[in-house]
Design a protein around this ligand. Structure first.
Ligand code: NDP
Ligand SMILES: CC(C)=CCC[C@@H](C)[C@H]1CC=C2C3=C(CC[C@@]21C)[C@@]1(C)CC[C@H](O)C(C)(C)[C@@H]1CC3
Length: 599
């Protein structure tokens, strides 16, 4: 391998992506064009690494800190004869550094080939301009949050295939699925603290005249943040939406089959609920209720939503302790309180027929987001003495409204999304649905209240066109896949080319799914960009949503690829050969993120 530092066959230390841990790897090849080494870890995991993520073993001083420090790890070791054996064998063979990769610890039986590409280092980053620093900062935060979110979910999803102790539904001790996997355990704890603080921090910065992440925020008094009156309003909002959910209107459909062969029923009435909410709010405004209260109490509302999310998560955790085993999410009882609290144990927690996860995913948060947007438009008019909201505010409001209405129109499809079918309902999703969605997705309209941005007609046309393109891709891709999954022999889909798999399901290889893998993510990202552009280019903050979604979907895509490869085996490889492109925006942005992380 001329020109490269390491030669094929060399044993070196390679960084495990997303962590600071190094493991022994063997160099297989080097691609000079993309400057990446293909390496193989001891458990068979093959990855592509850049040179900066590889070190010479000579003089390498690894540490075992992360292993020995994790209390949960210590606990599970001592309880687990299997782990003791494994540990001692790994210690004797590994010498002074870790030889098992996290993947091996997670899934000892299955060797997976992850498609993670780390990009070559580009050293000329521009740390001089404040805007660039902001980018870097937001990238860092988002990548950290989303990597951890993904790692947690990967663990949960891969554990579906693990052998469960049939009586307790605990993962077998010593199995790779124990929650002591250090980045996950530490990640869970950090995320629970970091995410709410991040949301509040973004909101504070957004309300400042200079909404730069680099300027010191003027922090509000802590005791002003929790207002019992505002908390009461949050509870009322939740109860009002719950009331609309149980109204006997709208058709009832069956979800996907559960482990016990049961089919849960769901009432489809989000659109009815939306219309009734608009009517109720219209009546309230007519009666003199001032919606700009939402703007003036924005932080207090977020803190109350956080408190509500915590209380709901505690309730979910406690009730999951008594839940029958067949109602738990895959790997839903890991044995770690903190992990189960965060990830959620029950798959579909219900109170009688009231499905808490399905309700939270679509209603209080998404509808709350729209109400916040409307309140921001009113506040903008009030603050700047306008007869109408500004064009930028109208665009942002319309785009978001359209996105949510689309989700409601295709409500049934949500029953098949990964979060509904696989994820437990715990703090992560509760917080995501009730705080993250309404308070970060509305940052653009909040930003515009204090930072008006003039849009010329060509810009408006350009932005609307971009949103239409993004939406068309997003909708067409999701509809094609959903229709195909619902009824593969639908005559209207007979023209689509497919690849059969051993599971009996087929993979679409034509239409949008034949052009690029995960075209739905691409459409979502293009829309996200169109939502930020009305806010101009003065600050990075309105682009938070694009950055969040990119990082989330990049990892979601990597996770889904790994999962599909395991599920469909060689048929998936055939699909990848046939559809060579992954979502290209992902690759570019993922590379940018890793470059930023590496510098
Ligand atoms: N706004 C936001 O914050 C977020 C939005 N989203 C959006 O939610 C939507 C759903 O996302 P998500 O559930 O993650 O993923 P997808 O809807 O893309 O589902 C992935 C699954 O689709 C199936 N699949 C993949 N390729 C093919 C193919 N070629 N033919 C047939 N089936 C295939 C596989 O499942 P199987 O084979 O088992 O059917 C795979 O596991 C997306 O549009 C995404 O953009 C997601 C997260 C956050
Ligand atoms: C970092 C962190 C707290 C992550 C939590 C992630 C959740 C906020 C998102 C996971 C998947 C989501 C989806 C939507 C909203 C965001 C969450 C909950 C969604 C309901 C938005 C509307 C779309 O049309 C959708 C239905 C496709 C989408 C489904 C996934």
């Amino acid at each position: 391998m001329p020109g490269s530092r390491f030669q094929s066959g060399d044993m070196v230390m390679g960084r495990w992506p997303g962590s600071s841990l190094f493991y022994e790897v063997k160099v297989l090849s080097y691609d000079a064009k993309i400057q990446l080494y293909t390496v193989i870890y001891k458990d068979g995991t093959e990855l592509e690494l850049r040179e900066a993520d590889m070190k010479n073993p000579t003089g390498f001083k690894p540490s075992r800190r992360s292993r020995s420090r994790s209390p949960s790890r210590r606990r599970s070791r001592s309880r687990s004869p299997a782990r003791t054996t494994r540990r001692s064998s790994s210690r004797t063979t590994s010498g002074t550094f870790a030889t098992e990769t996290p993947a091996a610890r997670k899934e000892p039986k299955m060797k997976e080939v992850l498609e993670i590409r780390l990009s070559p280092v580009v050293r000329n980053t521009c740390h001089t301009h404040c805007w660039d620093l902001e980018w870097l900062f937001v990238f860092e935060c988002c990548s950290a949050a989303c990597v951890l979110y993904s790692e947690c979910t990967v663990k949960r999803m891969t554990s579906e295939m693990a052998l469960f102790d049939s009586r307790s539904n605990r993962l077998p001790y010593g199995s790779s699925h124990s929650v002591s996997f250090p980045p996950v355990f530490a990640g869970v704890s950090c995320m629970m603290l970091f995410l709410p603080v991040a949301v509040l921090g973004l909101m504070v910065v957004c309300s400042q005249e200079d909404a730069s992440l680099m300027s010191p925020p003027s922090l509000p008094a802590l005791d002003s943040l929790l207002d019992p009156h505002v908390f009461g309003m949050v509870v009322l909002w939740f109860l009002f939406q719950a009331l609309l959910y149980v109204l006997p209107v709208g058709k009832v459909v069956e979800g996907i089959p559960l482990k016990n062969g049961e089919w849960l029923k769901y009432r489809m009435n989000t659109l009815h609920a939306f219309v009734l909410t608009v009517a109720a709010l219209g009546a309230a405004v007519h009666q003199g209720v001032d919606l700009s209260y939402i703007h003036s109490h924005f932080l207090q509302l977020a803190v109350s939503s956080l408190l509500f999310s915590v209380l709901l998560s505690v309730y979910l955790y406690v009730r999951s302790r008594w839940a029958p085993q067949d109602q738990l999410a895959p790997g839903g009882n890991s044995g770690s309180v903190i992990y189960d609290f965060f990830m959620g144990s029950e798959l579909n927690p219900r109170i009688k027929g009231f499905d808490l996860k399905y309700f939270c995913e679509l209603r209080p948060g998404l509808m709350g987001w729209l109400v916040i947007n409307a309140a921001m438009a009113l506040s903008e008019m009030k603050l700047h003495n306008l007869d109408y909201p500004s064009p930028a505010m109208i665009l942002v409001n319309c785009f978001h409204l359209f996105y949510v209405l689309d989700a409601y129109w295709h409500e049934e499809a949500v029953l098949c999304y990964m979060d509904t079918t696989h994820a437990g309902f715990g703090f992560m999703l509760v917080f995501g649905d009730l705080m993250w969605v309404p308070f970060t997705f509305s940052l653009q309209s909040y930003y515009l209240v204090y930072h008006p941005n003039h849009l010329s007609l060509p810009w408006i046309v350009g932005i609307v066109t971009l949103n239409v393109i993004g939406f068309s891709i997003f909708r067409k891709a999701n509809s094609q896949k959903n229709a195909f999954r619902r009824n593969p022999s639908d005559p209207t889909l007979s023209h689509l080319k497919t690849i059969p798999t051993a599971t009996g399901k087929s993979l679409l290889v034509s239409g949008l799914w034949g052009l690029v893998r995960h075209p739905n993510y691409l459409g979502d990202l293009i829309m996200a960009l169109a939502w930020s552009l009305p806010c101009g280019f003065t600050h990075i903050l309105p682009y938070f949503y694009v950055i969040y979604l990119t990082t989330l979907l990049v990892h979601r895509e990597a996770r889904d690829e790994a999962q599909c490869r395991r599920k469909y085996g060689s048929a998936w490889d055939d699909y990848c050969r046939e559809v060579r492109y992954r979502n290209q925006i992902h690759s570019i942005l993922f590379k940018t993120i890793t470059i930023c992380k590496g510098t």
